[in-house]
Design a protein around this ligand. Structure first.
Ligand code: SF4
Ligand code: SF4
Length: 196
């Protein structure tokens, strides 16, 4: 049985010498007494005074009065997001108002969060063999990575820039096919700066 040599992180100048190895430069003990810094739990006299602490806190507040405010007064104030922001999904429709999805399962397969569920069925239209009878996205599990829209060969699924997702129950955040198609109706007139 082969044993691996000693601990990798040796105490200075000991284990390497014990094994008959030359002491590397970084392993040489430093000259002079090694003083240990002890951390004391006892506060100093200055720390025990309340007034300096109060003044520091007050000054910290005063300094921020003139700084740029970062707080957004939602919902009165709507925050501008970046051009490439990925928000709530939508299922796109074609020019005849039908969902574009052909139930190929590529988005479900590509999803790293495993939050897409598709149930395929025979298509009622002659131009495709299948369509999604059920299509559900768990928006709470989703990490908004955009892999689903990258994987889709039909441009059937996209992420909008809508970020105001609110729900009081978990099942409200399971977006079904109808909700995802409604998201398309709500956003189709908006021009996405980068995607559509
Ligand atoms: S954005 Fe990413 S995590 Fe969300 S459904 Fe698409 S692939 Fe899955
Ligand atoms: S949304 Fe696109 S990738 Fe997903 S099943 Fe439908 S056609 Fe396939």
């Amino acid at each position: 049985m082969t044993h691996l040599p000693g601990p990798i992180f040796n105490a200075p100048g000991r284990a390497t010498a014990d094994r008959g190895l030359p002491t590397p430069a970084y392993d040489t003990p430093r000259p002079g007494p090694q003083k240990e810094k002890r951390l004391s739990a006892r506060p100093t006299f200055f720390q025990r005074l309340i007034v300096p602490g109060l003044l520091r806190t007050w000054w910290s507040g005063v300094r921020h009065i003139w700084q740029k405010k970062l707080t957004v007064q939602w919902p009165e104030q709507v925050r501008e997001v970046s051009d490439n922001y990925r928000g709530v999904h939508r299922l796109n429709k074609d020019d005849r108002g039908r969902m574009k999805c052909v139930a190929c399962f590529l988005c479900q397969t590509a999803c790293p969060a495993n939050c897409i569920r598709i149930e395929a069925g025979p298509s009622p239209w002659p131009d495709r063999p299948k369509y999604a009878v059920r299509f559900t996205i768990d928006e709470l599990r989703c990490v908004f990575c955009g892999m689903c829209e990258e994987a889709c060969p039909e441009d059937a699924i996209e992420l909008t820039r809508i970020y105001s997702l609110v729900g009081t129950r978990r099942d409200e955040m399971l977006f079904d096919k109808e909700q995802l198609l409604t998201m398309y109706d709500l956003t189709r007139d908006e021009k996405h700066p980068l995607r559509w």
